[in-house]
Structure formats: structure tokens, C-alpha cells
Design a protein. Structure first.
Length: 456
């Protein structure tokens, strides 16, 4: 039991000591003043306990330190805190202050039982962003900026490792582009404004999320503002490029299928279409940058199909009717004004094989909606003709559309029940000929008042 109590006491002492150290670390505080405007803490290296401050000029620059102690020993370093040199300070109670602070140094106070924190000073007035010109260079998939003169890099040194680190600037980049609206199927003019950290003159522009900025899709000026340190001191500058002539292409394409849908049409396997299938192909691109559209429709189930297109058409929209069995590709390519950039999209079209099945009976006028019309079951039939005759050879019905059905009437009245004869001729998508003859039974109770009297 005694041992357990001692362990608990030691544990409490350890927690109390840790709390006291934590309180001492939190209690210490640096205050940086001087220069034109309020100094800016531009970066905090938490692991190194380093705060990087920018001053706009070093006039009257001071650093003050306050803690529970009254004995502060000040030091400064250039590259490594282990090689620090002492600095004279003025003590006033629990606060001490150093004057004549110089840029390019890290300053800190050494206190017993307190982990040192560090302050690095940079004179921002020596690195002000002052660009005179801005140029935009674009390609098919990105764009970049160049300008003169280039901003000079600002550095600081980590106190423990002595590693040199660049203090990255932040800029705002603004321009206009076009964005695609799926609802209206059109492009809309859109302003773009992004903040980026680091060199704005890299090979490709990236935002602070690491995303490469897409090149503008319309002619636009590009404005570079900054850096944001300069904004803090009220000396921000803005430079705007000449009008950039866009080259990038963004393409969207879709199809509209114009085909009759009928309850007696059977579907092909998968996404295969029934012939004749009239398809309208649409292409949308960022005009006027997009200057030329080229559609190619070819057989994709033959080796030479791509080299021998069925259609070569130069417009943003094309109608084409597929009437033969097989696989097809419709491909659109859009070129920019100089022909140096392009974008493509393609659609695969499958036309199914033909099919024809003929019923042998129906009951007109007796069960509405249920087997009350003579309709063939079909798929992909071309040049269709259907004749129906009575037993004396009188034509009762004729149609050139397999989607249509015979309602069992002649002259507006139902025909008499009995056996009738059909002749059906059609062409299939593989060029095959359908020639069918047979009989059809009309099943219906006799009602003299609404049926015609058949005469030879």
C-alpha cells in the first residue's frame, strides 16, 4: 500500500511539473514593433518554435519579451542558434526590450526551465514586389506567366538545424474564362480569381490546393496582384498583361436518337439500335477559339473502316441514318484558330440484326388493348410492305410501316370473323429479303350492324 501511495505522489508531481513547464512556455511572449505599419508574422514554424516577422523598414525596430522572470538573456543568430551571440537589452520589470534590431537575424531569450522560442526578422522593404511587365504564355493544356523584374527570394534559418528556408509569397491571379453549363448546353463567361503561394512563374500555374489551373478558354487579360505581404503594408501592386489570345479547346458532345418506338419493336442486345436509326450528333466547343469542326463516321468492324469514312462533314452538328447491320464510330475533332490545338470525342453505334415474327390470330373490338390489332413483332426492317386480303382477294389493309397495326376494319367497320391472308415483303439490315405469306384468323362474334358484308 505504501508503494502505491508513493507512485501516486510521483505521478502528481510529474503532472504538476509538466503543467508548470507548459505554463512557462505559454507565458513567454514576444512583441515586435517598428517600420512603416504594423509588423506581420508571416510564418510560424511550430516544430522549431520560430516565428518569422516582416517589417516594412527597420526604423525604430524593437523586440520585447515578457515572462514571469525578471532576468532575461537575449541572443541572436544568423544561421544556427548554437552559434548565437549575446544582445544587450533593457529590462523593465518582467519585460525586456532590445533596440536597433537588424534584419537577417533570429532573436531569442534564454531562460532557465523555459524552452526558447525564436523570432526571425526580415526587412520587407528590401524585397517589395514591384513588377513592371507581365506576359502570358499558353499551350493546349496549361498556361504560365513571366514578368520583369522577378521578385527576390526571402529566406530565414531554422534555429535547431540551421536549414535555410524560403519565405514564399502569395499572389492573386485574375482572368476570365468560359465554363460549360450542362443545363443550357452552352458556355458562359466566368471570372476566375485564385490565390497561389510560391513562384507565379513556374512551368504551370497551380492554386493553393495544388490543382493546375486550366488555361483560359477565351481571350482575356491576366492580372497579377501582390504580393499579399505588400497588401498588409498597404503597398500592394497590380500588373496586367496584354490581351492573351486563347488557344485551348474544350469539347462537349452528345447525340439525339430519332427513332420510332413501338410496342411491337423488339430491342437488340445491349445498347444496339434498330434500323433505320436516325441520329443527330452535336458538338459544342469554346468558340471563336474553336474554329473548325470535323465529323467522321466510319465502320469500326472492318480494318480499313477508319481510313474510308462513310461521312466526312465539317460542321458542329450532323444527321446520319444508320440502316445496315454492323458497328460504327462517329468521331468529332475540333481545331483552334491556328490548328495547333484540338479536342476529340467519339460515339460507338451498333445496329442490330433484323427480325420478323407474324401472329396467326387477333380479336379486334373485343378486348381493347389486348391482342386487338394485327401487329408483327419486328426489329430493323427496311422497305416494309404488308398487304391483307379476304378469301376473295379483296385488299383489306396495306401498310409500309411495321410499327403500325391493322385494327380489323375496312371502310370504318369491322370485317367479318374468319380467315384472311397476308403478304409481307421487307429488307433486313444485312440486305436479306423477307417474303412471307400466310393466313390470319380474325376472332370476333358476328354483329351484322357493325360489320361489312364481304362480296366476291
Amino acid at each position: 500500500m505504501v508503494v502505491m501511495i508513493r507512485k501516486q505522489i510521483r505521478k502528481i508531481e510529474g503532472v504538476l511539473l509538466l503543467w508548470l513547464v507548459s505554463f512557462a512556455v505559454q507565458a513567454q511572449q514576444y512583441t515586435v514593433t517598428g517600420g512603416n505599419g504594423t509588423p506581420l508574422m508571416a510564418k510560424e514554424e511550430t516544430a522549431e518554435k520560430l516565428e518569422v516577422y516582416l517589417l516594412n523598414g527597420m526604423a525604430n525596430a524593437t523586440i520585447s519579451y515578457t515572462s514571469s522572470s525578471t532576468n532575461h538573456r537575449w541572443y541572436r543568430y544568423q544561421t544556427n542558434a548554437l552559434q548565437a551571440e549575446p544582445v544587450t537589452a533593457v529590462q523593465n520589470g518582467n519585460t525586456s526590450t532590445i533596440r536597433d534590431v537588424e534584419a537577417g537575424y533570429g532573436y531569442f531569450v534564454a531562460e532557465s526551465d523555459v524552452l526558447s522560442h525564436y523570432v526571425w526578422i526580415i526587412d520587407y522593404s528590401q524585397y517589395t514586389f514591384a513588377m513592371q511587365s507581365l506576359t502570358v504564355e499558353g499551350s493546349c493544356d496549361n498556361f504560365r506567366l513571366s514578368g520583369e523584374p522577378l521578385p527576390e527570394a526571402m529566406y530565414y534559418y531554422l534555429p535547431a538545424s540551421g536549414r535555410r528556408v524560403e519565405l514564399e509569397r502569395q499572389y492573386e491571379i485574375s482572368y476570365r474564362t468560359l465554363t460549360w453549363d450542362e443545363t443550357s448546353l452552352s458556355f458562359t463567361d466566368t471570372p476566375v480569381s485564385v490565390t497561389m503561394t510560391g513562384n507565379p512563374f513556374n512551368e504551370s500555374l497551380q492554386d493553393d490546393n495544388g490543382q493546375v489551373l486550366a488555361p483560359p478558354l477565351c481571350d482575356t487579360e491576366v492580372t497579377l496582384s501582390g504580393d499579399l505581404f505588400a497588401r498588409h503594408f498597404g503597398v500592394e501592386q497590380t500588373v496586367t498583361s496584354d490581351t492573351y489570345e486563347a488557344v485551348a479547346i474544350e469539347l462537349h458532345a452528345d447525340t439525339t436518337l430519332l427513332v420510332e418506338s413501338a410496342p411491337n419493336m423488339t430491342l437488340g442486345e445491349g445498347d444496339a439500335l434498330c434500323a433505320p436509326a436516325e441520329v443527330t450528333f452535336h458538338a459544342y466547343a469554346n468558340e471563336p477559339v474553336a474554329a473548325l469542326y470535323e465529323w467522321r463516321i466510319y465502320r469500326s468492324d472492318t480494318e480499313e473502316g477508319a481510313n474510308n469514312p462513310l461521312v466526312l462533314f465539317r460542321d458542329s452538328e450532323i444527321d446520319y441514318t444508320f440502316s445496315e447491320l454492323g458497328s460504327y464510330t462517329a468521331e468529332v475533332t475540333v481545331y483552334n484558330r491556328s490548328g495547333g490545338c484540338e479536342a476529340s470525342a467519339s460515339f460507338d453505334i451498333e445496329i442490330t440484326e433484323s427480325f420478323l415474327e407474324i401472329p396467326n390470330a387477333f380479336s379486334p373490338g373485343t378486348t381493347p388493348g389486348i391482342n386487338d390489332e394485327f401487329r408483327v413483332a419486328y426489329r430493323s426492317l427496311l422497305n416494309y410492305n404488308c398487304w391483307i386480303f379476304n378469301r376473295w382477294g379483296v385488299q383489306m389493309y396495306h401498310s409500309t410501316n411495321p410499327a403500325e397495326g391493322w385494327d380489323g376494319k375496312k371502310g370504318g367497320k369491322y370485317v367479318a370473323p374468319g380467315v384472311y391472308f397476308y403478304i409481307i415483303e421487307a429488307t433486313g439490315t444485312a440486305g436479306e429479303k423477307f417474303s412471307r405469306k400466310g393466313s390470319i384468323n380474325v376472332l370476333r362474334p358476328k354483329k351484322v350492324d357493325d360489320e361489312i358484308i364481304e362480296q366476291p
